[in-house]
Write a protein that binds this ligand. Sequence first.
Ligand code: NAD
Ligand code: LMR
Length: 356
Amino acid sequence: MTVDYKRLYNFTKNILLKIGCSAEHAALGADVLLSADLRGVDSHGVARLSGYVRLWEKNRINPRPNIRIVHETPSTAVVDGDAGLGLVVAPYAMKVAIEKAKIAGTGWVSVKNSNHYGIAGYHSMMALEHDMIGLSFTNASPLVSPTFSKERLLGTNPISVAIPAGKQPPFVADMATTTAANGKLEILQRKNENAPFGWVQDASGNPTQDSNGVKKGGALLPLGGDREHGSHKGYALGAIVDIFSAVLSGANYGPWVPPFVAFLKPDPNPVGEGLGHFMGAMRIDAFRPAEDFKSHMDNWISRFREAKPTDGNTRVLIPGDPERDLEQARIEDGIPLLQAVIDDLTKLGERFEVSL
Ligand SMILES: NC(=O)c1ccc[n+]([C@@H]2O[C@H](COP(=O)([O-])OP(=O)(O)OC[C@H]3O[C@@H](n4cnc5c(N)ncnc54)[C@H](O)[C@@H]3O)[C@@H](O)[C@H]2O)c1
Ligand SMILES: O=C(O)C[C@H](O)C(=O)O
């Protein structure tokens, strides 16, 4: 079934209003969530709405947070999200990074006491309109084993870097540091399908294709899948995200990160406050004139697009291309939703008396 963007946006905004968010936060939260659906990141859009409501019911989300800077220098800050929705805490933090970069050249913000922030790319892309490079990281539910372990100590900890170009569209990398985000596994669960090898290991640490394997005590795997295919580097990337987001800010890290997923409970002995994010903004003209940079970015992108494709592929893509192509189509044609997601939203609508 395909649902019109505006209809889904209004539904999401109205549900966020019902759980007590301000009009400003409900609109922003809906914008962040719907940006995922528009960009084809079906794992992180409205399919997650009932998850945020579940955390609110458990008093883990404060719908009226006092989000504030608690420590700063001219180019850095720590933001306390006051247990607000990550969907609104992260844009606040990115704005702080941008304002600092305007003055100091670069701005770096580590965030504590937040919650799940949706897609990393929404926040990094906020820098683009200011002729800045944007970086966005977050830690997440402990579902991932470090290389050589069967314990779950890390999240799928995404990295997004958005880089402006001139005539070309921007370069936007937005990716989990695991072979796949947990949300991708949830899509396979909804469809009753297996996962490819390299995504999941079972409770004993053996490779499995069971898309419910993590729920049965297994773990998601760092990018690469196993040591032979470079999982130690995915593990290192996920660890860097965790440390920048949480050890630097005072949020929970590693296995103490309060989970978004329903099958895990928060650790009763936290080592910090909430979960953490990290935002960065770098003014291009703090390095070289923006026009020079952008014309060379255009050249960089064109050269990579012209790369000779391998057999069976028609063209080489630039990070950000697949999502941009889908965004245009989905604004025009609507957003396709699986029946399981429609059922979930329908139940939510009935409960809060909001029509879909
Ligand atoms: N909030 C959280 O806790 C959390 C945790 C993990 C992931 N996420 C989000 O999940 C989403 C999905 O992550 P993922 O890693 O599963 O996605 P993915 O594996 O689909 O990778 C997406 C990235 O790869 C790029 N890409 C795709 N095909 C390409 C190609 N052929 N050539 C070049 N680039 C290409 C895309 O433009 C995008 O930047 C992201 O938006 C991420 O931010 C959020
Ligand atoms: O829910 C999480 O913490 C994980 C993240 O959203 C993911 O899809 O991997």
